[in-house]
Design a binder for this molecule. Sequence first.
Ligand code: FES
Length: 136
Amino acid sequence: MGNRGTPKGRDRAPRGGGTPGGAFPRARPVSSGGAGRRSRCRSGSAQPVVAAKEPFAVELQAGRTYAWCSCGHSKRQPFCDGAHKTAAPGLAPLRFTPEEDARVWLCGCKRTRTPPYCDGTHKGEAVQGAPLPPRL
Ligand code: FES
C-alpha cells in the first residue's frame, strides 16, 4: 500500500466529515431533475467503480457549482468529465454549490454515504481490496 497522495499533518483525511475539522461545509444542491439533495440518478443499474482509495483534498469556492464524479470513470477526479455518459449511463454527477469557501475532502472511492464528502468508508477492505480503473 503506497502513501502517494496521503495527506499529512492537519490535512489528514477525516474519520468523518468532509473538512479537516470533521464537519461538513454547508452546501446547497443544484437541482437537475428533482432528485432532492442529490442529483445522482438512481434508476440505472450501473455501479460506481473505485477511482481512488483515498479522498481528494480540494479548495472549494463559495457560490461556485461543482460536479462531483459519482461513477468513478472520470479522468478529472474527483470531478466529472462526462465519462459516465458512456461508461456508466445509469449514473450522473452530484452537483453542489458550497455556501462558504472551504478546504474539504471529496470522496475518491465513490462509496461514501455522505457524498460528495469522504466519510471514511474508503478505509474498509471493500475499497482497499478493489482494483483501480486503468489510467492513461
Ligand atoms: S474516499 Fe473516503 S469514503 Fe470514499
